[in-house]
Design a protein around this ligand. Sequence first.
Ligand SMILES: Nc1ncnc2c1ncn2[C@@H]1O[C@H](COP(=O)(O)OP(=O)(O)O)[C@@H](O)[C@H]1O
Ligand SMILES: CC(=O)N[C@@H](CCC(=O)OP(=O)(O)O)C(=O)O
Length: 301
Amino acid sequence: MTALPPTRDAVEALRKATTLIEALPWLQEFHGKTVVIKYGGHAMTDEALRPAFAQDVAFLRYAGLRPVVVHGGGPQINAQLDRLGIESSFKAGLRVTTPETMDVVRMVLVGQVSRDVVGMLNRHGAFGVGMSGEDARLFTAERKPAIVDGESVDIGQVGEIVQVDAGAVRSLLDDGRIPVISSIARGDDGEVYNVNADTAAGALAVALQATKLIVLTDVDGLYADWPPSGDPGDVIARLTAAELETMLPDLSAGMVPKMEACLRAVRGGVPQAHVLDGRIEHSLLLEIFTDEGIGTMVVPA
Ligand SMILES: Nc1ncnc2c1ncn2[C@@H]1O[C@H](COP(=O)(O)OP(=O)(O)O)[C@@H](O)[C@H]1O
Ligand SMILES: CC(=O)N[C@@H](CCC(=O)OP(=O)(O)O)C(=O)O
């Protein structure tokens, strides 16, 4: 008997099966593990990419992982402030948060962005549950000044997380849900605080002792030089916590909270922290389930 040459359909089917089989060791490694995903405000502005993000997170859940989403919403807050005629202003990458601005931040993050993300996830099953960092004392924060040219500058109700009580998040995960967290915190002083979403994701990844922190943004990863020279080789694929620490003082605003969150995560016991391009469709699946991975990965040593 002579084997027939494979048809084009058979070759395509084999290619698909090979892709699935490549995922097998990663499915085994990450089964039952917690992954904290920061979904950035810029990553969510492209309408076409939003369903792909929701599919990826639902896929993780169906594959037996325990995904947690911490969402941003900077551009959405800016748009609402614009509509209300309130000026947006930032110092060292953090929003100057007056009481009036705080009301808008809370309304947009908890009332709008969280609802949108939960709605997208729930197209795939009864998974998404929104939670503000104020709920069940998830995040407790203290007022945090910005450091501008070495000087401490008051920027209002911006908080630094000093305590995380992740009990309610764990309960949701144990119940098979996908927690969707807004980066608002309570203070022991009775105030409500605006926390940068990257920082919140890093703190939560440590508290949950997640297997990975994944920060989705609008750039391929961490560039060694910024602005980049145009050479794709400039994106750093892998770096240690010590290497990142030496780079931190030279990083510019947008990347600072992301890389600080990655550093905090790996120093706090999270084995891997990643910065990925949320503009690449299914970047989450590509990072978790393929041999090459994508973006920048930070490891403890
Ligand atoms: N070294 C660097 N590598 C990559 N991006 C950088 C770097 N330094 C600054 N950036 C900027 O940081 C931005 C990401 O931060 P940000 O705009 O706050 O994103 P997000 O809304 O996803 O939180 C990138 O789009 C890029 O303009
Ligand atoms: C203190 C501070 O700056 N908080 C952020 C919270 C939202 C956020 O971090 O959103 P992105 O991830 O989309 O940037 C803000 O008010 O914009």
